[in-house]
Ligand binder design. Structure first.
Ligand code: FE
Length: 365
């Protein structure tokens, strides 16, 4: 998505926020010059109106309802700027001190970690967030907070594989899977985070050995996204694949009979249930380094951890709520209960660079 295109779609719902959106455009148009953006004029009135500028790589219809509820409850308008994670990170960087961004919301710790490394997030302290979000799903100093969880699971063709044959991610390096595994490329952040988690658990040497084994078992060179891996399993091009849980739930939940049929013959298996638990990642958000509306931004992230918001937010992308005690949707629930890894997700960021090198050395395209 081009800069111009993302500029076109701040979803303003009222005249007021339309004006705010326009002033945002002006502020961005003047980037590089000192600018007292209008967006900062209502700072510090958390709970009493004002606004936030939310830069998000999420785009689900249900999110709009969520933002409207927040505005109703607090009077704080939400100006939404959408784009891909790397584009939003680059944009906030280039906007620098004049950035109108208050919050960066994106998926996968790898992206949040990168944003933190780039210096575009600030530490935000909130008793509510510390209380609501498990410690392993947020950054220690409050640079970002996990809002939903996704598991990276193994899917299999039910005609070719029995669930009993599956066990762990580690087992995918066994020669019995030769020519049978589909997985997306090493440039994908989900796989980088999975490999990083293995480095955190097993060390670099063992992880490299494992990655080499997995690559040796590929059915084809990595191509396509997680949905494409499920399709390849369904068609029999490969027998097993590694994908995020919500891709399975999304196909199962689809109104499209064809998509439902694709997933009908595909089983979902949570690995490492007898050991460390299935790999879990997050979607999440952090307050940006130069947020003009910091208090409102924290209030917004706090709102997203309320049971009501958690349910809608997780449902929007068929994920697991990060907050304990909130129910997932029926389709997600039907994937089954599972033991999840309790690794600190921050370690995926810390080990990301090593993971990329390991995958490269292993020949993971
Ligand atoms: Fe995804």
């Amino acid at each position: 998505m081009t800069l111009e295109k993302t500029l076109m779609i701040p979803k303003s719902r009222t005249l007021l926020s339309l004006v705010a959106g326009l002033s945002l455009l002006v502020a961005i148009g003047c980037s590089g010059q000192s600018s007292d953006s209008d967006t900062s004029s209502t700072e510090g009135e958390s709970g009493q109106g004002g606004e936030i500028n939310l830069y998000s790589s999420r785009h689900y219809d249900t999110d709009d309802d969520l933002y409207e509820n927040f505005t109703e409850q607090t009077g704080i308008e939400v100006n939404l700027i959408e784009g891909k994670a790397n584009e939003l990170i680059e944009r906030i960087k280039s906007e620098g001190e004049n950035s109108p961004a208050d919050i960066l919301m994106t998926v996968d710790v790898g992206n949040l970690w990168r944003a933190q490394e780039e210096g575009i997030l600030q530490s935000a302290s909130s008793d509510i967030l510390e209380e609501n979000i498990p410690a392993n799903l947020r950054e220690d100093d409050g640079h970002w907070f996990g809002l939903t969880k996704r598991a990276r699971l193994i899917v299999y063709n039910k005609d070719k594989v029995k669930a009993e044959e599956l066990s762990t991610y580690e087992d995918l390096a066994d020669p019995k899977w030769k020519g049978r595994i589909c997985i997306r490329s090493s440039s994908n952040i989900y796989n980088q985070s999975l490999v990083a988690s293995k480095i955190a658990e097993l060390g670099e040497e063992k992880t490299e050995e494992w990655a080499k084994g997995v690559v040796a078992n590929f059915a084809r060179e990595p191509e396509g996204n997680d949905t494409a891996q499920i399709e390849a399993v369904a068609s029999g091009e490969c027998d097993v694949a590694v994908v995020n849980s919500y891709y399975v739930a999304r196909l199962q939940r689809s109104d499209d009979a064809k998509k439902k049929e694709i997933v009908a013959n595909v089983g979902a298996f949570f690995p490492n249930q007898e050991s460390g638990g299935a790999h879990v990642n997050i979607s999440g958000a952090g307050v940006t380094a130069n947020a003009p509306n910091k208090e409102n931004a924290i209030a917004f992230i706090e709102y997203l951890t309320t049971p009501e918001a958690q349910e809608i937010f997780a449902d929007g992308n068929n994920e697991y709520p990060a907050v304990a005690g909130v129910a997932e949707n029926e389709i997600v629930k039907a994937l089954g209960n599972f033991k999840e890894s309790e690794l600190d997700v921050e370690s995926y960021g810390e080990k990301n660079a090593d993971a990329v090198k390991v995958m490269d050395r292993a020949g993971w395209k």
